[in-house]
Design a protein around this ligand. Sequence first.
Ligand code: G3H
Length: 265
Amino acid sequence: MTVTRTIWVLGNWKQNLLREPAAQLAEAVAAGLPGALGGVTGVRAGIAPTYLALDRVAPHTGDGVAAPRLLAQDVAAQDSGAFTGEVGPAMLREAHVSAAIIGHSERRAQFGDTDELVARKLASALAGGLDVVLCVGERLEQRDAGEHESVVISQLSAALAKLPPELEPSRVAVAYEPVWAIGTGRTATPEQASSMHAAIRAWLDAEGHRGADRSLLYGGSVKPTNATELLAAGDIDGFLVGGASLDPRSFLDIVTCAADHVRAS
Ligand SMILES: O=C[C@H](O)COP(=O)(O)O
């Protein structure tokens, strides 16, 4: 049986762009997306601006197949209350956000997002009606020590193991982002990415999380020049793109690589 999973191309704009340039980038992505997709329906795009740009970006997004979906870069572990600086899932949904990135390595390394906090954010997002892109990935010294698979599986396990079934863990996509490949120009080889994705899918299946149905994204220096060979390696259902998503042409060219991949499959 052929499994057809949606291929996602998601742009994580990180802490970049004031409101007006963010709106302009969103408008350019939205305008170019139908052409980049070329009628292929198995590929979806999404963009994740800063919280403050959400309202300017939202008019250029949507849940239809030919519009970019609106994502948040993070979400609070609680819905509301005395939590200075936090933004909860209901607030994000009110801003037309339908999914959140959780556990990005920059948050894990620099902002205290431990496995335990990531698990609480995941539960909070799902309970609040958001879909989730859960980020996992090893640091360079962990890969060099041959610990990459155990590190990633341990991050996954910490996030998913205690999630109550009623929170629909099937609404969680996983983004494998080796830390050493983020913003460095050093991409994981297609074999490294594909092999990790196979390990993640096997673990999800073994733990009853329906790995076969779940989109597994790769992130780390993805560009139009390497997207095609990464997709061809197999088991890679799209990308979480950082730097290249700040240029509409680069981002849309990656979408075209994904559409060409689906068309050829
Ligand atoms: O969220 C995106 C990843 O951190 C990848 O960033 P990058 O494409 O700039 O390496």
